[in-house]
Design a protein. Structure first.
Length: 283
């Protein structure tokens, strides 16, 4: 897909590259795993346009319903179905210049963008939405040697109230404690390594008004490996949630089966969203 050259610099490479030495040190030394939170990350006028486009999207226009025991949200990851400014923003965050910035920031060389936007693109949750603590799938279902390495989340939520919840939680590798919480406010970006034990999520159902939404642009980056570690998205119960462990385990099994089928046959995400929703009702 070709894009016309834009006169607006969505990602200010001069600004952020000028801080790379300090930022990379902070990122790579962060607890509980390498990550960073960056404020005023992209051009705010462009993100204003992205918000306007979000508001005009019809909820039936290609949205995937991620509705099962471990999450409740919507996603749209088809580039040709995304509005122009959102698409242009994603294009810039998949550009060689941004990939170079990410590599310098994270210390991970040869990062690869994902034109499939697998699991990413744009996300939206409303009142009652949640995402249980998890570590992400580790290998791209359509590129079996692509190891997932880095997540980039850009939030689009103006006037988000802290009491509404929706904070991104970063948990330690032993799943004993939450080490950081990040409110998903407008133009805040969270970047973090996606290792097999990079546990994160926003597990408490949100209490925002019915007409408010938690929205983000979510992009994932990979490296090509000879023998990548392969595992589907893996959800975890938090300390004190012993009663949920069985349900979490059953849901993990269903997600793992679907991930394998998808890798073999290229199944559609809309199919799994229906299947997972059906089994969640049964449970």
């Amino acid at each position: 897909m070709q894009f016309a050259q834009t006169t607006t610099q969505i990602f200010d490479s001069e600004k952020w590259n000028g801080q790379l030495s300090e930022l990379s040190q902070s990122y790579q030394g962060a607890n509980p795993y390498p990550h960073i939170v960056l404020e005023n990350f992209l051009d705010p006028e462009v993100l204003d346009e992205c918000v306007d486009e979000f508001n005009k999207l019809n909820e039936s226009d290609g949205w995937i319903n991620y509705t099962h025991y471990n999450e409740r949200k919507k996603g749209l990851n088809k580039l040709d179905m995304l509005p122009a400014t959102i698409r242009k923003t994603i294009h810039e965050l998949n550009s060689p210049e941004f990939l170079q910035f990410l590599s310098e920031l994270t210390g991970i060389k040869n990062l690869i963008k994902d034109d499939f936007l697998e699991g990413g693109g744009i996300h939206q949750s409303r009142r009652g939405g949640f995402l249980n603590i998890h570590a992400d799938f580790t290998v791209h279902p359509h590129h079996r040697h692509w190891q997932r390495r880095v997540n980039v989340l850009v939030y689009l939520n103006k006037d988000w109230e802290e009491e509404w919840g929706g904070k991104l939680e970063l948990w330690d590798r032993d799943m004993k404690a939450c080490k950081r919480k990040v409110l998903p406010v407008f133009n805040r970006c969270v970047i973090f390594n996606t290792d097999a034990d990079s546990y994160h999520g926003h597990p408490e159902p949100m209490t925002c008004p019915e007409d408010a939404f938690r929205r983000s642009i979510a992009l994932y980056y990979y490296t090509e490996e000879d023998k990548p570690f392969r595992r589907a998205t893996h959800y975890m119960a938090r300390p004190g949630e012993g009663s949920k462990k069985l349900m979490v385990k059953l849901d993990n099994a269903m997600v793992a089966v679907y991930t394998e089928i998808k890798g073999w046959l290229g199944s559609n995400d809309k199919l799994v969203s229906s299947v997972l929703r059906f089994f969640s009702r049964k449970k």
